[in-house]
Write a new protein. Structure first.
Length: 408
């Protein structure tokens, strides 16, 4: 029975193309179990099962997912359309065959080899064709991605490193009301990006609460199955975009670099960084990505009267430089605060979605009062209003402080 552990250890230790799997928690725990002495094996067995249970108690599926998500030289060359040497092909085929056999590892066999008489947890297995599934992934790599991009669709920059957002905002286009024309312009540009056609950098500007950020996130969610990924950056991370481009330019997926609530001061160093990116410097733009930014400011610059009355001899040129950044976006879409009818249309749409049953005139009256309390009409105010009604019940809910209504 100990021959089982020798084979597992030898097979894992000699992985070449899929060597990255050794960092996977369950694979790492299995290797530790195979290499452990007799006294340590029961504990190592339990550690393997615990690592497995954290994601999937089916060992066959777990290992297959790990193989699909592994970012290795073989997959990278296939993704970039480069020829692969026959010795590399042979290595990939042999390792996939070994991993398929490993995925059939039955708990009863391992428990027998451990030789522990007490209880040890079990796991599930099933027959899976690793080479066939892997070949299918390579054939559809432009839609499904590889490595970290195969498992996640939304990312941020943390400590200078691309990090996945494990629980991104799941907002959908179907959940957004109003602004169909504005949203369609974003959708059309995003579809061009996803389909490999020329796509513009996009600036969504307008009043707060009008759904600019929600539109970007919803569009990214809608087309993630077509190979679209969203990377959100903060303004002070703009200087990292050239590094991101170098990493992403050969990736078969498409990327939106999303900058939310963008604005600059006059002497902001990040202003020059974004300007260079939008103007398409040598290393700043790739065909598989576009920058989407939102802002409450049309010209993105926080101006003061002193800026306009300064002592710069060429003040006109300076001001033109400051206010023209937004013109470097290929597509600018304006989201204005909704008029009364559009606001109420959004309220009615949300009320139907949330199952709020209230007389239409009463609903409109309360919605208008709520908007006054929130500083004006907006899709955000409409959603907050309906969510309050849904949470507290429509019949007894009233607004106080505005024309005599009771409090929520």
């Amino acid at each position: 029975m100990q021959n089982c552990f020798k084979q597992i250890s030898a097979g894992l230790h000699t992985l070449c193309i899929f060597r990255g799997l050794l960092a996977d928690p369950a694979v790492k725990a299995l290797l530790a179990l195979a290499d452990a002495g007799p006294a340590e094996k029961p504990g190592c067995y339990a550690a393997f099962a615990e690592a497995l249970y954290r994601r999937n108690p089916n060992w066959s599926q777990y290992l297959l997912n790990a193989v699909m998500e592994d970012e290795n030289v073989y997959m990278l060359r296939r993704a970039e359309g480069k020829p692969i040497d026959p010795v590399v092909e042979e290595c990939a085929a042999e390792e996939l065959a070994f991993l398929q056999r490993l995925a059939q590892l039955e708990p009863e066999l391992v428990k027998s080899a451990v030789g522990f008489e007490g209880f040890l947890p079990r796991w599930q297995t099933e027959e899976l064709d690793f080479p066939a599934v892997y070949a299918d992934r390579l054939a559809h790599i432009a839609e499904r991605g590889y490595g970290i991009f195969a498992r996640y669709t939304t990312f941020i920059i943390r400590d200078g490193v691309l990090a996945p957002v494990k629980h991104p905002d799941a907002i959908s286009l179907a959940s957004l009301s109003g602004y169909q024309q504005e949203r369609q312009a974003v959708i059309s540009n995003t579809l061009a990006l996803a389909e490999g056609r020329p796509a513009a950098n996009v600036l969504l500007y307008g009043d707060a609460g009008t759904g600019k950020s929600s539109t970007v996130k919803a569009v990214a969610n809608e087309y993630s199955s077509r190979g679209l990924r969203l990377i959100e950056l903060k303004k002070n991370q703009l200087h990292q975009i050239p590094h991101l481009v170098d990493r992403l330019t050969k990736n078969p997926l498409k990327f939106i670099l999303f900058i939310d609530d963008l604005s600059f001061t006059r002497n902001d160093d990040d202003f020059a960084a974004l300007k260079a990116i939008l103007e398409g410097s040598v290393s700043a733009r790739a065909n598989n990505l576009a920058i989407y930014a939102t802002s409450n400011r049309r010209h993105l610059i926080k101006e003061s009267f002193s800026d306009r009355e300064g002592d710069d001899i060429h003040r006109g040129d300076t001001m033109e430089e400051l206010i023209s950044l937004s013109d470097r976006f290929g597509l600018t879409i304006t989201f204005q605060k909704p008029k009364k009818q559009l606001y109420l249309d959004i309220v009615h749409s949300l009320a139907r979605r949330y199952g709020v049953a209230l007389d239409e005139k009463e609903l409109d009256l309360q919605a208008e009062a709520f908007a006054i309390q929130r500083g004006g009409r907006s899709p955000r105010a409409a959603r907050q209003f309906i969510e309050n009604l849904a949470a507290r019940g429509t019949e007894s809910t009233r607004i106080r402080g505005v024309r005599g209504y009771d409090a929520f």
